[in-house]
Design a protein around this ligand. Structure first.
Ligand code: SF4
Ligand code: SF4
Length: 332
């Protein structure tokens, strides 16, 4: 493997990093429209990778008890509780194919004008959810218009990974599969990668100091196995495979959802022309990226490094020339 690495633009990252005869790039497509929030992915990840527990406390505002991607949470299932228009709630339910005629299923019957008015008010704090949709126990007239957006977040395995670019020890490296992996035994805990990641993914472990994150189950890939989270997901919300095939499948899924009236369906991180050259782990979302805590337009933080070094070089040469000129001028 030779040295290499482009800082921007659409590339195949494994050959770009110097891998010869690299296999086809693989990654994750996470379709949030079918996520049921069971957290099997979080558990499978922890179990396979020996990731320590992240505490057993509920956050007190949702069923999300891990809160974010951290050194001890390499998959994080976000629960976004959202009041929305009846149409949106219905859309999410249609996406998940759980809508029924009875009005007792998640979401609000589209004919409920009162709920639509409450939803249009927006911004309502919904508090800690009970064991069913709001209003299920008190009757439909008390039901607020509401939907849950659930999303299993993970390291994006960026085409241009700033974490890897800034690592001074070579602890972070590009694998032959196109993923980004930390070798914890040579991480010195400097934390450069933490501030470089545009998604806030990589994190240092308290009491350990070293950086940890998803490896796309590098050991399993080497043995021809599917990553543990994708293997465990009961709804195939997390799909693993060759990235090109996943991108095609994702486009088809968005088209189907839009045809069914889910106008908010969109892809995130799939575009090789974006600021990170596209992600190895991309998503189908039902709302704006910010709603899920994702940056709307991420840019690899090392994109401008070559230009900065060129300018610094020009400035240094100019300074040396000025010093030499002043000596020569002074002695003559
Ligand atoms: S998401 Fe962050 S940690 Fe993951 S590869 Fe990209 S820059 Fe690195
Ligand atoms: S992604 Fe799959 S395994 Fe993870 S919470 Fe959603 S449905 Fe469960």
């Amino acid at each position: 493997m030779s040295e290499g690495n482009s800082f921007f633009g659409p590339v195949d990252p494994a050959p770009d990093a110097g891998w010869v005869g690299a296999p086809e790039r693989v990654g994750f497509f996470t379709d949030t429209s079918v996520c049921i929030g069971c957290k099997a992915c979080e558990v499978a990840c922890k179990e396979w990778n020996g990731v320590p527990s992240s505490g057993f406390d509920l956050l007190g505002m949702s069923y999300d008890n891990t809160g974010a991607l951290t050194a001890n949470s390499w998959r994080h299932v976000a629960f976004v509780e959202q009041s929305s228009s009846a149409g949106s709630a219905g859309g999410a339910a249609v996406a998940a194919q759980v809508v029924g005629d009875s009005g007792t299923e998640p979401g609000v019957p589209s004919g409920d004008a009162g709920a639509a008015v409450r939803g249009a008010g927006g911004g309502e704090f919904l508090g800690m959810p009970g064991s069913g949709p709001p209003g299920r126990l008190s009757g439909v007239e008390e039901r607020s218009d509401f939907r849950w957006l659930m999303m299993s977040d993970v390291c994006k395995h960026c085409t241009h990974a700033a974490c890897l670019d800034v690592c001074p020890t070579g602890s972070l490296f590009r694998t032959e599969f196109g993923s980004v992996v930390v070798q914890e035994d040579i991480c010195n805990g400097c934390g450069y990668c933490v501030s470089a990641c545009p998604y806030g993914v990589i994190d240092r472990r308290a009491g350990d100091g070293r950086a940890w994150k998803c490896t796309l189950c590098y050991d399993r890939l080497g043995a021809g196995l599917t990553p543990a989270c994708a293997q465990a997901c009961p709804t195939e919300s997390i799909q693993f495979g060759p990235l090109a095939r996943l991108r095609e499948r994702a486009e088809e899924r968005v088209a189907v959802l839009r045809e069914r009236g889910v106008s908010g369906a969109r892809l995130y991180g799939h575009d090789p022309g974006d600021g990170v050259g596209g992600d190895g782990a991309f998503f189908l979302l039902l709302d704006e990226p910010e709603v899920y805590g994702l940056p709307p337009d991420p840019v690899v933080t090392t994109r401008d490094l070559p230009r900065m070094w060129r300018r610094a070089g020009v400035a240094a040469v100019a300074m040396v020339a000025a010093v030499v000129a002043s000596f020569v001028g002074g002695s003559s």
